[in-house]
Design a protein around this ligand. Structure first.
Ligand SMILES: Cc1cc2nc3c(=O)[nH]c(=O)nc-3n(C[C@H](O)[C@H](O)[C@H](O)COP(=O)(O)O)c2cc1C
Length: 223
């Protein structure tokens, strides 16, 4: 088995988990995940990421407060939301949305049921832990780019230790609330949350896997 095979298997086995078992992940496992993720490259080795991680009691307090906040308030993200999804991007977005709804039995056009499934974001899908990923605001877009690598590596390192993850922009959508709840200063940008724990493998929300574009759609050779 080559290193490529090992990495490919890991990449292929990771998926965004939307139902977790309640049991906690040991602290040394979480520290291993964060340590491994911190090996990703960053411009000038600035390592702009910081991670606020909750243990179960605080995860429960946060999820309850976040759910109530999100149910009553519109979003206030630190990062601009995408302007629009058109063409290919709109198609891909719709496809993965329909896959989720089909898996959990939400009929097309049932807005109440799809909204209820969306609100599961604010229950952190039942995860025992959440990691809030922030970047140093002064490092701007490149800091955000570096943190994207950190988020991907966090999810892969977790997968290698049998810990399931889901990155969540939905939580960062309530960035103001997240700043206030955790006392995160405005010199940092709230980029995303990663809810994590052991997967509830039998839950229908975890029963589908997303597609990827074929190579010619992403690879532009110049001879
Ligand atoms: C930065 C980022 C933010 C995301 N935000 C959300 C989110 O708020 N809610 C959600 O259900 N999934 C979210 N996802 C998961 C994506 O929908 C998922 O990665 C994509 O559909 C590919 O599926 P996979 O992760 O199962 O391979 C996010 C992923 C990333 C990388």
């Amino acid at each position: 088995m080559t290193g490529y095979d090992t990495l490919s298997d890991l990449l292929a086995s990771r998926y965004s988990c939307r139902a977790f078992k309640p049991g906690p992940v040991p602290r040394d496992t979480i520290e291993k995940i964060v340590t491994a993720a911190g090996r990703v490259p960053s411009w000038c080795n600035a390592q702009p990421w910081q991670v606020t991680v909750t243990d179960k009691p605080e995860t429960d307090r946060f999820r309850e407060a976040l759910f109530a906040h999100a149910a009553a308030n519109s979003s206030q993200p630190d990062l601009d939301w995408p302007k629009q999804y058109t063409g290919l991007y709109q198609d891909r977005r719709r496809t993965c949305g329909w896959q989720l709804y089909e898996a959990v039995g939400v009929e097309k056009g049932d807005r109440a049921a799809s909204a209820a499934q969306m609100m599961e974001n604010f229950r952190l899908f039942g995860a025992p832990h959440v990691a809030i990923i922030t970047s140093e605001a002064d490092l701007g877009t490149y800091g955000v780019m570096d943190c994207g690598g950190f988020i991907a590596a966090f999810c892969l390192a977790a997968q290698s230790l049998n810990v399931a993850t889901i990155p969540q922009a939905a939580v960062a959508g309530h960035g103001r609330f997240v700043h206030d709840w955790f006392g995160i200063p405005d010199t940092r940008l709230v980029l995303a949350a990663i809810s994590f724990g052991l997967a509830d493998a039998d839950h229908p929300a975890n029963a589908f896997r997303t597609e990827r574009a074929p190579l010619p759609e992403i690879l532009d050779w110049r001879g």
